[in-house]
Design a protein. Sequence first.
Length: 432
Amino acid sequence: MEEKRLGARGLLLVGLTLFSLFFGAGNLIFPSGIGAMAGVHTWPAVAGLAVSAVGLPVLGVVAVSRAGGMDALAGRVHPAFARAFTVAVYLAIGPCLAIPRTATTSFEMAVPPFVGEGAPVALLRLVYSLVFFAAALALALRPEKLTDRLGKILCPVLVGLIVVTFAASLLNPLEGYGPAGGEYLTHPAVRGFLEGYQTMDTLAALAFGIVIAVNLRARGVEKPGAVVRSTAWAGVIAGVLLLAVYCMLAHVGALSGGAMPNPADGAEALTNAAGLLFGTGGRVLLAAIFLIACFNVCVGLISSCGTYFHGICPRLGYRTWAVLFAVVSMVISNAGLAQILAVSAPVLGALYPVAIVLIALSFFQRRLEGHRWVYPVAVLFTGVFSVLFALRDAGLPLGFLDGLPLAAVGLGWVLPALVGTVLGLLCSGRRR
């Protein structure tokens, strides 16, 4: 039987689908916020963001495809670690943080600006979340159709709206870029890299491989090698789109920060820019961008989480898991955006370094064959120190960590990761 391969159009559609799954609330907020805060240092900051929010997610998609899934990749450490880490990632990008954030962020941009002061915001949020998750669940119940529904329809609309906003900023450059502030004044690239954690895309990349594989098989690509190659190309396409959109949003954010300095966050920077560029119609445009982006990601995350948990607990059907995650996410989303973001920072600070090390080691797998202790020791050192730094950032008195190299810029886990890798090689002895 001849191996089926997707043509250029098919790969483009799958790449657009992956872009839609990645591109949500954080992908809108953080590039814009970086531009507003970095000002004249926007482009070094965007370079850092590109590494953590474009390069690492693309490499993550490829790494998972080559390994045969996130369980297989994390299983190179230990089977028990694989289960615990994978479940933690799915819960973080699923019902505990990312899925509720899609509804809460889109609500903040699409409803309060139009109802005025004194409106029953809590009641409106509840009604909005019910409608939002019901619609997302309806699409997520057919994961094999995501390429047709997201790639062909919603993704082009989303990109088109962002391009319109960017084009308007070129025609009306406002006051130009403002001055750099905070850590963007001294090390903008590192700050941009760390802000990329908040997009959650590197963690999501480890999970979305399941959905992309389902869509590829639905289009007739069955052989493992072909699935890996097609997934890699889809990752490259999604990465190019992400980088282009990040650059556009950062430029708009930098102009917004120059005209109206010190916004609270990227959402406010975009709101200011939309108002300056389009007047009252700008709010409608911005609400549409946030709604489509957040809805796309919500559908993909419900589908990914439902597929994974059905795999490890098949007694509950995929649809049951999807409904469960939609309901739980709806409840958590009503806690509000500020509470969700407050919890997400330390959780992502603990998980992200481990994910980065797993992805990095996977590209040296051939050289590491027979060195059985490299993955366990490297991940142990990385995980211990990333958790300690997350606890310190959450308020625990762990000042001794400040003496580690790069701790001052939020990368104190790097040296322990390198030490763990070297010790793992030494403990493994000669390659067998």
